[in-house]
Design a protein around this ligand. Structure first.
Ligand code: AMP
Ligand code: GLY
Length: 423
């Protein structure tokens, strides 16, 4: 089989690594890919939003299956474009990816179908939002409706901060048209868990759980980032909680999307908050998480291509997902200064150390090849993942492996997965 993966980050490197482990696959392409992916796949210089070029390429190379990984093309209809061209593709159509593309849509869906989430109101004009805030309790959470690189969520501790937030989102349009609408919601506290699930439109099967660390600095300080590291599984996501979520959240969401004529086929990412009043959904994403994929996929035992096929063909009920009975930790190596400003173009040394070590992975996020060398090319540069029998062991292994890598301005958090030891 020939497979094309659309995307270029650490998540896509993890997906390509899983696909490369399938006996059914003879050739992998990735558009546009990155330096690490190019060791497993032929990278082609086509952007993720260039649907005409992507579908023409897939036809020309007689690609058997395309996997669209990032949110932007999914929300903009990449899967619809492939289907219209008669091509086989894995991912939700635009009418289902809206569960990530519009926070107002996903909140209204949860309200309509009684799926537990934070209380909220939706606003289309700034005046009404400001009037609402005058009577609100703080902290409160403001969310730009549309896609904003994971940065469109503001947690405001006072009325002043919230007013400034409304201005930023709706008037100054910091997040562009994503801020044409806004959700204001109740602030929740608790432990966050990310659960990825394969979906075929009717059946939803969850993968092992994970937790992301979104803040830039140790102790969950600093600005929100795309994610500074992950661990899997989450010890806080107990069987009892999982059972509740399967019934009251995952299957209900699947059924709700189907009832709305928006069958969801692909990977549904549920961001959960385990509050002392019970589980609440923070968000849905229409794709694998990044860096969640970097700890979840290395632990998956199934042939991922079989699972993609089962989702597309509506046979997911026949599949049993299996995960290793161990743990994994991913520490992101970033460029110092991320997520604000940082330098790029520094040579990365030590990558070859991972070649002969089972259970260790170095997933490339922002890298590129320059004159035969791999150099830094983004805020998040690499994701170093290691497995272990237990979470503390996986964590020790991952941090040991971060020392194999060297580049100028290398920055990482030192407490990924640390809460586990404090239990
Ligand atoms: P979202 O993109 O909706 O997941 O929001 C990004 C991050 O903001 C989440 O992972 C949480 O850390 C935080 N967040 C979102 N909604 C809430 C909420 N209602 N209460 C507290 N924190 C939240
Ligand atoms: N790690 C969060 C996300 O992928 O959106």
């Amino acid at each position: 089989m020939k497979i094309l993966v659309v995307g270029s980050g650490g998540r896509e490197h993890a997906i390509v690594t899983s696909i490369a482990g399938s006996k059914r696959v003879s050739k992998i392409y990735c558009a546009p890919g990155n330096a690490g992916i190019s060791r497993l796949a032929e990278c082609v210089d086509i952007g993720v939003m260039e649907f005409d070029r992507l579908t023409a390429f897939a036809k020309e190379k007689e690609i058997d299956l395309t996997v669209v990984a990032p949110d932007d093309p999914l929300v903009a209809g990449a899967v619809d474009a492939f289907e219209a061209a008669g091509l086989r593709v894995f991912g939700p159509r635009a009418n289902a990816a809206i569960i990530e593309g519009s926070k107002a849509f996903s909140k209204d869906l949860m309200k309509k179908y009684n799926i537990p989430t934070a209380a909220y109101e939706t606003f289309e004009d700034a005046e009404a939002a400001l009037a609402y805030l005058e009577k609100a309790e703080f902290p409160i959470v403001l969310k730009a409706d549309g896609l904003a690189l994971g940065k469109g969520v503001l947690i405001c501790n006072s009325l002043e901060e919230a007013k400034a937030g409304v201005k930023e989102i709706m008037l100054d349009k910091h997040f562009g048209s994503a801020g044409n609408k806004m959700v204001i919601e109740e602030y929740l506290t608790g432990r966050e868990v990310s659960v990825l699930a394969f979906c075929d439109g009717k059946t939803i099967k969850t993968m092992t759980s994970a937790q992301d660390h979104k803040r830039a600095k140790d102790g969950d300080k600093g600005l929100n980032t795309g994610g500074m590291g992950t661990f899997s599984p989450s010890p806080f996501y107990t069987d009892e909680i999982a059972e509740f979520c399967q019934k009251e959240i995952y299957q209900k969401t699947m059924d709700a999307m189907r009832a709305e004529g928006r069958d969801f086929v692909g990977v549904l990412f549920t961001g959960l908050m385990l509050t002392d009043k019970g589980v609440r959904v923070l968000e849905f994403n229409a794709r694998f998480g990044d860096p969640e994929a970097q700890v979840v996929l290395p632990r998956m035992k199934n042939d991922i291509v079989d699972v993609f096929d089962a989702c597309i063909d509506g046979r997911l009920d026949e599949v049993e997902l299996e995960f290793e009975d161990n743990a994994a930790v991913c520490v992101v190596l970033a460029s110092d200064g991320y997520p604000v400003s940082y330098e790029k173009g520094f040579e990365i040394k030590g990558l070859e150390q991972f070649d002969d070590k089972d259970g260790y992975y170095v997933f490339h996020a922002g890298t590129k090849l320059s004159e035969g060398k791999t150099v830094t090319n983004g805020g998040r540069v690499l994701g170093v993942t290691a497995k272990g029998d237990t979470l503390p062991e996986a964590r020790a292994n991952a941090y040991r492996a971060t020392e194999w890598i060297d580049f100028e301005n290398k920055y990482m958090r030192h407490d990924i997965g640390k809460a586990i030891d404090e239990r």
